[in-house]
Design a protein around this ligand. Sequence first.
Ligand code: PMP
Length: 399
Amino acid sequence: MPTVDPGYRFAARVASLKSSAIREILQVVNRPDVISFAGGLPAPELFPTELLGALARDLLQSREAPQALQYGETEGIPALRSRILQRAPFPPGTFGEDGVLVTQGSQQGLDLAAKLFVDPGDEVLVETPAYVGALQALTFLGARPTFLPCDGEGVLPDALAAALRRRPKLLYLTPTFQNPSGVCYSARRRAEVREALAGSDTLLLEDDPYRELWYDTAPPPPVAEGLDPARFLYMGSFSKTAVPGLRVGFMLGAPALVRKCVMAKQAADLHTNSLGQHLLARLLAEPAFDDHVAGLRRAYRPRRDALDAALTARLGGQLSWARPGGGMFLWARLAGGGDAAELLRMALGEGLAFVPGGEFHAEGEGRDTLRLNFSHSNEAKLQEGVERLGRAMEKWRGA
Ligand code: PMP
């Protein structure tokens, strides 16, 4: 294995870089015999491939083709920005064209926000557990995350209010079908979070990529709705509803703050890829797109149910979990405690991958948790995967 040349004079922040365990697990799950509950991948057989193919052909034969292949504005192409504004889960008129920025996935929104706000050592508030990609973006810039306690309705308001009194720079929340916990904040809890934020100068980063993937009832409006528009940045994504490979997401916020994000994005990548933006603008203009999203809900709901039912039947007493109302993940806890990373080793031996929950927590916490993805496997694979998990648990308990 080549090692990094010790002669490199890295920036101090490089010391905080560590590879995500998820990426490492994903490298070993390419074996065809392995069932993966590990990644956060949408089902590729549900991609709107034919529609995108037809739109791409039309686009490249149209008068827009040169623009679609040319450099563009950092803010994003106007046609896509106006589609984003139409679809945004906020009352019409909340944001104008100057309140939206097209980003390279919502992950770039996290990176830009971190760059604009985090100085080394700054405190940022996150949920327990928290999305690993956000932790990576924030800690790379030197943020010190404080993990706030949460229950099945979201972050605990008293703990949030107490932490806000320290005036941390940022509060990062994924209130709708969180990755990894699946939790969707109740309307009441959203209101309590807004109340806690009133009068605070901590900026809310609301990350909302799973909003349209609901399986029981549509989620309440974003926490940011009704907040002072100067006090939040809202991030959305087309990775889960269209395709992640286009790498298109967006940020919504106050024009002055979006302007700063635009400048940070100029320095990062000039603009999001033009071809992907043009293609997505056309896709969003298709009436068939909403049918496609409804089709995703219809396809993922029975997968969620199949995983829930198989776990109940095979591992009822050994794991505890709450059935998620949307998103892509079921979050489970080992009923008798233990280390899910060790269980993963047994599971890989049985041909099943999942993500042990430790890395969504503060160092050393949450070892008894695991994240199971249900969007990428069909019902039969979900059942077989749970059977393998059951065998792995028998070995693990016996070990
Ligand atoms: N936020 C959350 C909570 C996510 O789960 C993901 C995808 N794993 C992202 C952001 C990034 O999504 P993308 O960059 O593909 O839009």
